[in-house]
Design a protein around this ligand. Structure first.
Ligand code: ADP
Ligand code: MG
Length: 280
């Protein structure tokens, strides 16, 4: 694991210094709300600030419903249309994400920010082969020829541990297991060599037997490519395995932000202690 030294302990919610050369993703005071039928707003992310640096794995931890996915979706441009980003800023490699139009954001998301979702099957298109789903982004974002994209896709399938890449390349999503589908999505997430990887509970939907393998794969790809990773999880075991630093969220707010070492050795917040007790 690289960049163990980049973890920073800081007060929850405090804005970072503006120039941080290694900063890939800077989320500053983000607030996400939904309108209620009576016209008032329900706030699901409330003043979240975090930074992911090159080579750093940041764990975003909290119980179900604490706002982890809403935070990740804000960065990925995947919030539903009724959501309102009512405050804050999102900056990727110095560029303001909130000011970008749909197409630019899409290109950025497809090429520079890799995304591994929680549900592999619902994130593969059932009507196209796995190969097509890997080849298209390579053609669109990297401008590769069909033959070059296919060769790269086959190499990626081998890299994520798929024994018979050519067969899987020609398969439809329903023809492979959940663990295999998640490997395919990981291959897709890193195919355009992104600087940042966002993984939202990447092993939650998988059988226990393949969870460790998928985590190993994410860890080795991260180290190989020195990516920054925002790893959403409700599991402190995953944090112990993979993360340099941790942000703990409770009902939309950050309650603790520290290095992984510090969180395990000396958790500061009652909620963090409760989560640690219940998951380790
Ligand atoms: P987590 O990923 O930590 O489990 P989420 O980010 O998915 O939590 O959800 C945070 C909160 O946002 C939850 O209370 C959820 O009910 C609420 N929420 C998510 N999507 C919507 C929506 N479309 N409309 C209203 N509330 C939503
Ligand atoms: Mg979630």
């Amino acid at each position: 694991r690289v960049a163990g030294g980049t973890a920073v302990v800081e007060a929850a919610g405090r804005p970072r210094a503006p120039h941080d050369e290694d900063a890939l993703l800077v989320v500053d005071d983000l607030r996400v709300s939904y309108p209620r039928p009576d016209g008032s707003l329900s706030t699901v992310v409330d003043g979240v600030s975090l930074t992911v640096r090159r080579g750093e794995v940041l764990g975003l931890v909290g119980e179900s419903g604490s706002g982890k996915s809403q935070t990740a979706f804000s960065v990925l441009g995947l919030l539903p249309p009724e959501a309102v980003i009512s405050a804050g800023s999102l900056t990727f490699a110095g560029e303001d994400l909130t000011g970008l139009s749909g197409k630019t954001l899409n290109d950025l998301r497809g090429a520079k920010i890799g995304y591994i979702p929680q549900e592999p099957m619902s994130n593969l298109d059932p009507s196209f082969t796995i190969g097509w789903q890997l080849v298209e982004p390579l053609r669109r974002h990297l401008g590769l020829s069909r033959a070059a994209a296919k060769e790269k896709a086959l190499g990626l399938l081998a890299r994520v541990g798929i024994a018979d890449p050519a067969r899987v390349f020609a398969s439809y999503p329903h023809e492979v297991s959940g663990g295999m589908a998640q490997r395919v999505l990981i291959a897709g997430a890193v195919s355009c060599e992104p600087d940042l990887l966002i993984a939202d509970e990447p092993t939650t939907a998988l059988d226990v037997t393949v969870q460790a393998e998928v985590l190993d794969l994410i860890r080795s790809l991260q180290a190989e490519r020195n990516m920054g990773v925002l790893l959403v999880t409700h599991n402190f075991g995953v944090v112990a395995d993979l993360c340099d630093s941790v942000v703990v969220m409770q009902t939309g707010r950050i309650v603790e932000h520290a290095s992984a070492v510090a969180v395990f050795a000396d958790p500061q917040h009652e909620y963090t202690r409760m989560l640690l007790d219940s998951t380790l």
